[in-house]
Write a protein that binds this ligand. Sequence first.
Ligand code: NAD
Ligand code: UD1
Length: 338
Amino acid sequence: MTILVTGGAGYIGSHTVLELLNSNQQVLVLDNYSNSTRESLERVTKIAGRKIDVVRGDIRDASLLKSIFSSYSVSSVVHFAGLKSVGESVEKPLEYYDNNVVGTRVLLDVMNSFGLKKIVFSSSATVYGDPAEVPIREGFPTGATTNPYGTSKHFVERMLMDLCTADPKWHAISLRYFNPVGAHSSGLIGEDPNDIPNNLMPYVSQVAVGKLKELSVFGNDYSTHDGTGVRDYIHVVDLALGHLAALNKIESLSGFTAVNLGTGKGHSVLDMVQAFENITGKKIPYKIVSRRPGDIAICYADPSYAEKILAWKATRGLSDMIRDTWNWQSKNPNGYKG
Ligand code: NAD
Ligand code: UD1
């Protein structure tokens, strides 16, 4: 049986494909390379010492999906494919709703017609909006999102819930990621943002490697221990293993299940800068600027439900995250471009 991984050439997808191969699963990747290149999968093949079947194409292409499900015996789908830039989603909302929501609807529709009813979906802590308290538990309200990207994740979760209500044969696990960082310890695969990174860790590592001059810290007047934003950073390999845990349990979890994937620990922007400097020995020049619109002060998970229901918990700490980010960035200053 094969696991179809949509968006498998991307940052989290490539790490998950590697862990699937390491656990002897058959994997088929479907990716349109809109935010990735074939090189990530070449490197996954190199690390795993195993070949991966890859189809270049779009999740919105129903006839392509039909031909995939006709040719392969697919047992479950791990669905990463989608667009993920918050700022871009504000400028191009229809592209986000088309890719993320319509794309998932097409995928679910074709899966349904083939009787394939098991999906693990890449959701985000962004569905909680600005939570009333932390740590965040799965039962907290969702949907008060502040941008089309976040709303698209919420819509997909609603679609999955409604589908599971309509047809009890469906099994959908929505993994709500907190802040994925780091890279595989080989330094061969990692996060390779196009243009200037929006997220903290890729920005910091590009400052460290000399590609960017200094970090702008978005606000130091939040009510946190040092005034800067606090987040739950999770190592991408722990996150990848969370998908394997979800696949292991999916048969026994009927209906829709939402699960936080985080560590339960919050670190501020300045904590991250300090830790990065300590671990890498690199100086990270920074300046304090005004808050970024849409940002919240504190966001970290209560990860206990993941441990209970998936028998999974994150085992890698901040020093692993930073060491592996730096290993990847210093070996690949221009990402997959060399
Ligand atoms: P990524 O951009 O590196 O990977 C997404 C992959 O999907 C890319 O390889 C891209 O080419 C592909 N893709 C996009 N649209 C497609 C389409 N219509 N058809 C086929 N392939 C398509 O992003 P990532 O960081 O690996 O994130 C993976 C998933 O996790 C996304 O759905 C993202 O929204 C979600 N997520 C990411 C984060 C994060 O911080 N990275 C946090 C929460 C949730
Ligand atoms: C961002 C997205 C969120 C997405 C998440 C995935 C926004 C508004 N939100 O969340 O939807 O699910 O990524 O990882 O983009 N920071 C700086 N300077 C920088 C970059 C970031 O100070 O150059 C700060 C931010 O203000 C925040 C922290 O670093 O306090 C983390 O930021 P980031 O990595 O962008 O993640 P989120 O804001 O949590």
